[in-house]
Design a protein around this ligand. Sequence first.
Ligand code: ACO
Length: 177
Amino acid sequence: MSSSSTFTPDHKLDLFFPADLISPQVKTQLHPDVHVRPLSSTDYHRGYLSILSVLTQAPDVGYPAWLAQFNAMRASPNTYFPIVIVSKATDRIVGVGCVFIERKFLRGLGSVGHIEDIAVDKNQQGKKLGLRIIQALTDVSEKSGCYKTILNCSDENIPFYEKCGFQKKENEMAKYA
Ligand code: ACO
């Protein structure tokens, strides 16, 4: 897909989850040059992996494998809520994020929302796109009934998440394979 592709409206896309789950208030506050919506099954072609690579390694796995992962994740309903921010001028993705809803036995069968994989195109940072992604995902988490929404981040991103209304709690432990 070229960088001059025409913007594709939501109703022409195969979306991961219904678009009306995204907060209308966040849509109103979003920068006018961009649009926020659920991930679509063709977003591989709109630069999804290249935006994720702003965050970490996101090698090109090819469209068939990417689509198989999209479908495998969507087969667990009400669990993954990946969203994207798209440039209206280019139809390319400029921001991404996801909230994963974890169901629990504690707190009377409570749920926790895990915000994951937030990234904004380097050229688009500072336009409050990251803030809007976090607000939209937190809203999905809260509407899903989660008693808390949590995430892991580097020390340098703590001020960003504080501006999004999050507070530092406890520590992260990791063991890489
Ligand atoms: N340090 C201090 N303040 C910051 C930082 C920072 N690193 N980043 C953003 N802010 C502030 C902004 O100045 C702004 O403040 P203001 O309201 O006073 O103007 C506020 O936070 C909101 O900033 P946005 O414009 O919404 O931030 P942006 O769109 O640039 O996105 C993000 C921030 C997502 C961290 C972006 O810089 C990015 O993609 N970084 C690389 C990838 C990354 O680190 N992702 C997060 C990983 S953690 C996770 O995925 C759970």
